[in-house]
Ligand binder design. Sequence first.
Ligand SMILES: Nc1ncnc2c1ncn2[C@@H]1O[C@H](COP(=O)(O)OP(=O)(O)O)[C@@H](O)[C@H]1O
Ligand SMILES: [Mg+2]
Length: 223
Amino acid sequence: MKAITFVTQKGGSGKSTLCISLAVAAQEAGHTVCILEMDRQATISDWLDHRSAEGPEVAQIDVSRIDAVMECLRASAYDYVFIDTPGVDSAGTLAAIRAADLCIIPCRPTPADLRAFKPTLAAIYRLEKTFAFVLNQTPPRSYRIRDAADGLAVLGILPDVNIVARTDHQDAIGLGQGVTEFNPKGQAAGEVRRLWSWIERRMKAGKSLRDVGRRVMKHAEAA
Ligand SMILES: Nc1ncnc2c1ncn2[C@@H]1O[C@H](COP(=O)(O)OP(=O)(O)O)[C@@H](O)[C@H]1O
Ligand SMILES: [Mg+2]
């Protein structure tokens, strides 16, 4: 069992949306998946209320239970556990980072979002966790973003695909679906499948990125 935690202080960056659509994409790729919801905003429970398809299983958990829940899950048959966190720096968020094999930091390409991930990155770095950024809600084509992104891609902390702002994401969640179920042939679905396959490869590679973390932290502090 591998745990993937979606984390960043910034609300609205796409933690819950990506958590859901990637969980569905992972399930479509043949994995057994469970989602742990730690956010009281309950975006995922609300999504589940509208869902008619089977799986992934969803459990709402309180921070006080995460260690016990993770211990059970580690002995379970799930291939992946996806953890959605609230957009605040809390004990729950720290526990979710600690439980992760990989932390995903969704980030919109705005100065406010780019500034907001610093404390998250610091916590991930302190806990010596592997992480990756995902640029979300990007314009369809932006050479400026791609230029900046290429440097991070080389470090293995940025996927080779950005998630473009597309209404499919909003419509899918509203109907209790992942974006790959809502419009399987759409561009949003294609991007999410590519992102999942990058994450899967990234997790298999599993090399320590402590050194990369240190370099990124230095860069973030200087910015
Ligand atoms: N790639 C995307 N394209 C369009 N809308 C998006 C995308 N990602 C997220 N959204 C929308 O942005 C809003 C915030 O996303 P959400 O996943 O709830 O963020 P968070 O969980 O980080 O607070 C939601 O209304 C969601 O539908
Ligand atoms: Mg959320």
